[in-house]
Design a protein around this ligand. Sequence first.
Ligand code: AMP
Length: 219
Amino acid sequence: MTGLVLLGPPGVGKGTQAERLRDSLGLLHLSTGEILRRAVAAKSPLGQRVAAVIASGNLVSDELVGEVVDQALRQDGAASKGFLLDGFPRTLGQVGILDRILEPAGLTLDHAVLIEAPQDLLVRRLTGRRICPGCSALYHVDGRPPSTAGVCDACGARLVQRDDDREEVVTERLRVYRQQITPVIAAYRERGLLREIDGSGSADEVFARVLASVRGVAV
Ligand code: AMP
């Protein structure tokens, strides 16, 4: 069983790397952003509580996200497959919450993979990002365009820009991320779990670095 958390600023390519890690290592992949966005789209009680916070680029409360992760890890057989948390923990409070979720479930964290890239690259990647509202496939107007502009290759739905990928919100998300993540990084570094990855270059190049780091191989 492998337990991973994937850390990195919005726009660094966490979603893409998480999909590849899931496929390559067979892990249960939990993206808190995706779970929350689905709840907003479904207008569930959770979605109604978090919709305004997400649209503003701020963070949902630690307790609420903790409940979401706890439930997801219980339901989905994390113990047999191993798990990959994407977008959680984002604050020092969430580091403690995760410890309290994992221990009674008999799960352990093996690596905290941190992917980094310069700010201007992140802004370019985020504002060009498009998502399929039907099947959650990710595209980018420059880096990963669909074969027909604005249309999902997989399911034919019309692609949209996430509200929080608009430029004015992106700057706020990056500011909030940097402020909150610094003590999270320090905590995992102190425990010897931190694996720092250069997120520049192609998705293939970054994935080779990520895979090598969790396998303990130097690149
Ligand atoms: P993401 O797709 O990871 O950028 O998440 C989108 C939005 O969901 C964030 O801007 C937050 O409002 C919310 N969110 C996702 N994960 C967390 C988390 N671990 N803690 C608090 N809020 C979160």
